[in-house]
Design a protein around this ligand. Structure first.
Ligand code: ACO
Length: 327
């Protein structure tokens, strides 16, 4: 059985926040942010806009492009670290709002690797016969859990959603998910997290303030892990497929930091131009960054039929991995 992507859609908030605008509230500069991260601007949601709102908009575009009704979907997987609530799952809110009356719905928590994990989860459900048409959505409103007083992290994030329809490609045009490679290293649990509000440390108003509920990041540790994760994922998937990294038409990395990608490209001896980059305009949108990049690449007609496309993610957990797609 061959399984793949038959449609894709995205949603980004209309409000653009430049680095210059951030300098009005944070002790930073456009020069520092661009030179250390490659980020120039990010999108930020309007007051009250949540992950499910962006997810529904992205999914509606994908369904419309595929030409199917909400009722044709039998599963919704939302990869997110900034869902509407700790529970219930954001996927259930999306299911109701779209009117997918036949769909199972659940969230997947693998940080910025969420979309890569969800892709493979969907493929496995299709190939086991457990579902026929799945909406895989990465949706994040990270700016709602960002500590805007922490210049080490607040300049990095933005909001967005991307959705794809995954189904069998028997008699259908689409882009085949050939294989995936997924890994984790939970020894890095503290490197990237929201420390308070879970069962380990429940929120206690006499002990905790807002920053305890927001993103905490050991930037250096994440940086070193991320470079290694990209390199290992690409090497593993190419080796399993019997191809060389240089055979890849495009690598679509999670858009965390340009320097991470440049360091990985150097270690793989690949030109950095082989990696699609749009973090300059959207910053790090976590689980949404890969579908957002794919949607843009399709729009710009950058990918040729027959090319190998490798999506690679890394993030909280720590988690990492990739999907090899025959375009
Ligand atoms: N503006 C100005 N100065 C800053 C800023 C800022 N926004 N942020 C940090 N600095 C300062 C620091 O305070 C420090 O100053 P000091 O030397 O006086 O103490 C100096 O810059 C250097 O700090 P470093 O942390 O060494 O800077 P580095 O070059 O490592 O860059 C960064 C920091 C960008 C966070 C980097 O470590 C990184 O990219 N890490 C990966 C983290 C990442 O991408 N996270 C995204 C989420 S995780 C994910 O998506 C998987």
């Amino acid at each position: 059985m061959t399984t793949g992507i038959t449609a894709i859609g995205c949603s980004v908030p209309s409000r653009i926040v430049t680095n210059e605008e951030l300098t009005q509230t944070v002790d930073t500069s456009d020069e520092w942010i661009v030179s250390h991260t490659g980020i120039r601007e990010r999108r930020i949601v309007a007051e009250g806009q949540a992950a499910s709102d962006l997810a529904v908009e992205a999914a509606e575009v994908a369904l419309q492009r595929r030409g199917i009704a909400a009722d044709d979907i039998d599963m919704i997987i939302v990869a997110t670290s900034s869902g509407d609530y700790p529970f219930p799952a954001t996927a259930c809110i999306v299911q109701h709002r779209l009117g997918c009356t036949r769909a199972a719905a659940f969230d997947l928590a693998a940080g910025c690797t969420g979309f890569v994990y969800a892709f493979e989860t969907a493929r496995a459900f299709i190939e086991s016969g457990g579902a026929q048409k799945i909406l895989v959505i990465g949706s994040e409103v990270l700016t709602s859990i960002t500590n805007w007083a922490d210049r080490n992290s607040c300049v990095l994030f933005g909001d967005a959603a991307g959705a794809v329809v995954i189904e069998s490609l028997e008699g259908m045009a689409g882009h085949r998910i050939v294989r995936s490679w997924l890994r984790s290293d939970g020894s890095g649990e503290l490197a990237l997290m929201r420390p308070v509000g879970g069962s380990r440390t429940p929120f206690d108003p006499s002990l905790h303030g807002p920053a305890d509920m927001q993103i905490h990041m050991d930037g250096r540790k994440v940086y070193l892990f991320a470079v290694d994760a990209i390199v290992r994922t690409i090497q593993q998937l190419c080796e399993q497929q019997g191809i060389e990294p240089s055979d890849l038409g495009w690598i679509v990395p999670h858009q965390a930091n340009l320097r991470i990608i440049e360091a990985a490209a150097k270690r793989l001896r690949l030109p950095v131009e082989r990696f699609y980059i749009n973090m300059d305009r959207y910053a790090n949108t976590s689980a949404a960054s890969i579908p957002l990049a794919l949607d843009e690449m399709i729009e710009r007609e950058l990918i040729q039929n027959g090319q190998w496309v490798l999506a690679v993610g890394f993030g909280a957990g720590l988690t990492y991995g990739g999907n090899l797609i025959a375009w």
